[in-house]
Design a protein around this ligand. Structure first.
Ligand SMILES: [Zn+2]
Length: 231
C-alpha cells in the first residue's frame, strides 16, 4: 500500500453480484478494513439467477444471496452493503444506471473505488462487463459539474475519486500482500453457501492455490493483484 493510499479512508466496491467482492479482491478488502478504512459495497444485482437448479425461484434466491452477502461483508469488516436490485444475467448498462451510480458516488464520497475490469479479454459474463463500465463512467461523471448537474443541489458538489482498483484484470500493475488475511477471506467467501457449497476445505485449498500463484510473482506468500488507475 502506498503512503497516499493509507490516508484515503473511504472505499466503495462496485460489483455485479453478491460474491464478486469476495472472489475479486476479498483479501485486500479485509486488509484495508483492518487498517481502519470505511468500506461500502454497492451490488448492482442480487444474483437472483445464480443457480443451476431450474426449480429455484429467482425472488427466493435473491433474498438468500443478499443475506449471504451481508454476512460475508460483516466477516470482512465492511460497514455497509447497498443493493440496487437490477436483474441478474441481463444487467443493462444504461445512462440511468450511470446516473444512479454517479449519485451514490457523490453522496458517499469514496476516495477509492474498486470495480471489475471491463476490458478483460474474452470476459463472457455480460453483467461483469456492464458493471465495470458503469462503475468507471460513474466515477468520471461524479467529478463533472455539468454531468447530471441536477444532482448538484444545495451544498452538493462534484466528487473526485482519487484511486480506482480494477480486479479480474489482464493488466495488473499493483499487488497487495494478503498473507495475514487468507483465512478470513475464505471465511467471508464461505458465507456464500448458494455459490460455494459447504466443502470449506476445498474452497480453502482453491483460494490458497490461487493467491499463492500471484504471491510468487511478487515475492510474498499470498497476494492479490489489480490494475490501479490514479485520477
Ligand atoms: Zn459475478
Amino acid at each position: 500500500m502506498s503512503e497516499t493510499t493509507e490516508s484515503l479512508d473511504r472505499v466503495m466496491v462496485i460489483a455485479a453480484h453478491p460474491d464478486d467482492p469476495e472472489f475479486g479482491a476479498g483479501g485486500t478488502i479485509i486488509k484495508w478494513a483492518h487498517a481502519g478504512k470505511q468500506i461500502t459495497y454497492v451490488l448492482l444485482t442480487s444474483g437472483d439467477k445464480g443457480s443451476k437448479d431450474c426449480n429455484v425461484r429467482p425472488g427466493q434466491l435473491a433474498t438468500q444471496r443478499e443475506e449471504e452477502q451481508r454476512a460475508a461483508a460483516r466477516a470482512s469488516g465492511v460497514q455497509e452493503v447497498i443493493f440496487l436490485r437490477h436483474p441478474d444475467g441481463v444487467l443493462d448498462y444504461t445512462l440511468e444506471l450511470r446516473r444512479q451510480l454517479t449519485h451514490i458516488v457523490r453522496k458517499h464520497k469514496p476516495q477509492i473505488v474498486m470495480a471489475i475490469d471491463p476490458w478483460r479479454h474474452y470476459q463472457l459474463h455480460p453483467d461483469h462487463r456492464a458493471a465495470g463500465f458503469a462503475a468507471l463512467d460513474a466515477v468520471w461523471s461524479a467529478r463533472e459539474w455539468h454531468i447530471f448537474g441536477e444532482q448538484l443541489v444545495g451544498e452538493e458538489e462534484p466528487w473526485r475519486v482519487k484511486e480506482i482498483y480494477l480486479f479480474w484484470t489482464d493488466n495488473p500493475d499493483h499487488f497487495e500482500d494478503v498473507t495475514d488475511f487468507v483465512g478470513q477471506r475464505v471465511t467471508a467467501l464461505s458465507h456464500h453457501t448458494s455459490q460455494v457449497g459447504t466443502d470449506i476445505q476445498k474452497l480453502d485449498e482453491r483460494m490458497r492455490e490461487r493467491m499463492k500463484k500471484v504471491g510468487e510473482k511478487y515475492g510474498v506468500e499470498y497476494a492479490e493483484e489489480m490494475k490501479l488507475i490514479k485520477f
